[in-house]
Design a protein around this ligand. Structure first.
Ligand code: 4AD
Ligand code: MG
Length: 477
């Protein structure tokens, strides 16, 4: 009895004429003859030829969609033109039945909404299978990129006492009994009795701690989960998402932009080089999806074409002030088609970002030097005293994929800003001390991992590029 071989190994080594054994899930069983198996080791399937007269009728009936089987037989050159090798089944063993009359998934088109409700099965579909293989590949590429470029992976805490972004969108972490919260004499929550003897939350960003690392190790990055209790039910927001945050000593805002562009281009070229099967499938899938849309709603390019296009062009770099000017001169603004008026001092809305990228420049755009009142306290103030050295990288269909900045390294300036924004200074004492003791100019940014995976896979909803999405009202699996 041969030992089990992974399908990936069989398809690459093609040991024709040998006896092999495979295990996998049934993708289809056409004409009770062509059994298509996938075991997850590669995106391709193995075709198994079944001579139904040789097998028990009761067994054959159980070879249903997504059932799990072990098949032993001889690997031969394929008669068909779709594959080079196939397996002639000599022995079939049912490892796990999958009764079609009860199984919620069907071998036909299912909506993404339906699949989300069956997150324990959805990775078995071709689409989600391709997406999660790609997600893995990109995670690997991120570590490889930074390692090869002299960065150190720094693990920043998930439980923190700070609100790095100052947006107040935090999930509390506590062991207090919520039914009976201890109070101080003046009626406030008595945090002294809590586990950490102070209020704590799940981190919204590892940046502040990454800065500690950068001022010692030079170049560091974080790659971990971040949490935001923003109540936005959009196709771009999750309550739990993964962020990559490089932080570099001696980098100014321009070095920061160069790194951001080089980094995301590396990820795209990695995907094109190492995941051609998945991309070909996802490209075709997107075409099928868009077939039902009116022409002007379809993407002007296919998925792969789009990725190659992004690689081939420099990102446009403009200031926020120029972005506002361009928006105010734009057709959709003049025709009253923007829901929000582009106005100096207000944040760019998704519709503005997408206009700039998809219509005005037709390329990724990096916008920098935003008004200080709409950005976080730690960003470096520019000489105009109105803007800060912030940068957002905007992508087609996605909008903002990266947010970053040069950090305010001048102690006094930073302290003033913290006070002006009403942030409790005592919570940031260590952050301020980094400016008093051996500080230096430094910069960094955060890439939203899921948004990048979305861009590369062409998935329309961020919930379909993370295995178990967390959104308002959803934490089932
Ligand atoms: O722009 P943000 O808020 O920047 C920071 O958190 C900085 N501390 C990063 C830094 O400079 N080290 O978030 C960075 C990126 C966004 O550009 C976006 O891609 C993603 O994180 N992001 C989200 N992704 C999914 N769901 C959400 N709710 C997100 N919020 C931000
Ligand atoms: Mg941002």
């Amino acid at each position: 009895m041969p030992r089990r071989t992974e399908i990936a190994k069989l398809l690459s080594e093609k040991p024709i004429g040998t006896e092999v054994k495979v295990m996998g899930w049934v993708r289809s069983f056409r004409a009770r003859r062509f059994l298509i198996l996938n075991d997850g080791s590669c995106f391709q399937n193995l075709q198994v030829i079944v001579d139904f007269e040789r097998f028990d009728e009761a067994l054959l009936r159980k070879i249903q969609f997504h059932a799990c089987v072990a098949v032993q037989g001889q690997l031969v050159e394929s008669q068909g033109k779709d594959q080079e090798v196939e397996l002639l089944a000599e022995n079939i063993e049912l490892l796990g039945a999958c009764p079609a009359d009860e199984y919620p998934l069907q071998p036909k088109r299912m909506t993404m909404e339906f699949l989300r409700e069956h997150a324990h099965f959805r990775m078995r579909t071709l689409t989600l299978n391709a997406v999660f293989r790609m997600r893995h590949g990109l995670a690997y590429a991120i570590h490889k990129y930074f390692h090869d470029n002299g960065f150190y992976y720094l693990h920043t805490p998930i439980i923190t006492a700070n609100d790095a972004e100052g947006a107040g969108e935090m999930f509390h972490v506590t062991t207090l009994d919520l039914a009976c919260v201890p109070k101080t004499e003046d009626g406030q929550v008595d945090w002294k009795q809590d586990f950490f003897e102070r209020p704590t939350n799940l981190t919204v960003s590892g940046q502040l701690e990454a800065e500690i690392g950068a001022l010692a190790l030079g170049k560091v990055y974080t790659f971990g989960p971040t949490f935001r209790a923003e109540n936005s039910n959009t196709t771009r927001h999750l309550a739990e998402f993964w962020m990559i945050e490089p932080e570099m000593a001696f980098y100014d805002i321009h070095d920061n932009q160069d790194l951001a562009e080089d980094f995301v281009k590396y990820l795209i070229s990695f995907a094109l080089k190492h995941y051609p099967d998945e991309l070909t499938f996802l490209d075709q899938r997107l075409r099928n999806e868009e077939q039902h849309l009116p022409k002007d709603k379809r993407r002007p390019m296919g998925l792969i074409e789009m990725l190659e296009f992004v690689l081939a062009h420099d990102f446009v770099r403009i200031t926020y002030t120029e972005a506002i000017e361009r928006l105010r001169r734009s057709k959709p603004f003049k025709k009253g088609r923007f829901q929000f008026e582009p106005q100096w001092g207000a944040d760019l809305q998704a519709e503005h970002e997408r206009y700039l990228v998809e219509k005005e420049f037709k390329k990724p755009v990096i916008v920098r030097d935003y008004p200080q009142q709409i950005k976080a306290f730690y960003m470096r103030q520019n000489d105009d005293d109105q803007t800060v050295a912030a940068m957002d990288v905007l992508f087609p269909y996605i909008g903002e994929v990266i947010g970053g900045s040069q950090r305010e390294e001048r102690h006094e300036r930073l302290q003033q800003r913290i006070q002006a924004m009403g942030i409790p200074e005592k919570e940031l004492w260590w952050y301020l001390e980094l400016r008093r003791f051996g500080g230096c100019p430094h910069s960094g940014f955060g890439l939203g991992f899921e948004r990048m995976v979305q861009f590369i896979t062409g998935m329309g909803n961020i919930r379909d590029v993370i295995p178990f999405p967390r959104t308002p009202g959803n934490a089932e699996f």
